[in-house]
Design a protein around this ligand. Sequence first.
Ligand SMILES: *[C@@H]1O[C@H](CO)[C@@H](O)[C@H](O)[C@H]1NC(C)=O
Ligand SMILES: *[C@@H]1O[C@H](CO)[C@@H](O)[C@H](O)[C@H]1NC(C)=O
Length: 115
Amino acid sequence: MAAGVATWLPFARAAAVGWLPLAKKTMPKPPVDNSSRSDEILFVNVSGVRFQTWKNTLDRYPDTLLGSSEKEFFYNEDLQEYFFDRDPEMFRHILNFYRTGKLHYPRLECVQAFD
Ligand SMILES: *[C@@H]1O[C@H](CO)[C@@H](O)[C@H](O)[C@H]1NC(C)=O
Ligand SMILES: *[C@@H]1O[C@H](CO)[C@@H](O)[C@H](O)[C@H]1NC(C)=O
C-alpha cells in the first residue's frame, strides 16, 4: 500500500500545482467486479463472540457442519445469526481453515480439543 501511494504522490503534487493537463480522453471504464454480488454475509456467534464471513467461504466444505444445511439447526431467527456453544478462540482458526484451506493449530491449544 505504501509503495502504491509513493508512486502516485508525485503526480498528485504535480496536479495540485497545475503541471499536468487534465486528461483529454475519456478514462477507460473500471473493471466490473461483481463476483461476490450473489454472495451473502453470515453472522456466526460463537459463545458470544460474533464472526462474519461470506456464505461462499463456508460452502467450500459442504461435508462439514458449517458448509452444509446442518448449520440451519443452529440458526437464531431473532438475532439472524448462527449460534455455537464453542470456544471462540479456536473458532478463529476453524474459520481460517475455511478461508485458506489450511488448518493451523495454535501452539497453546490442545490438538484433541480441535477434533
Ligand atoms: C457482471 O455483470 C455484468 C453486467 O451485468 C455481466 O455482463 C457479467 O457477466 C457479470 N460477471 C459475472 C462474473 O457475474
Ligand atoms: C450470541 O448469542 C447469544 C445466545 O443466543 C446471545 O445472547 C448474544 O446476545 C449473542 N451475542 C452476539 C454478540 O451476537
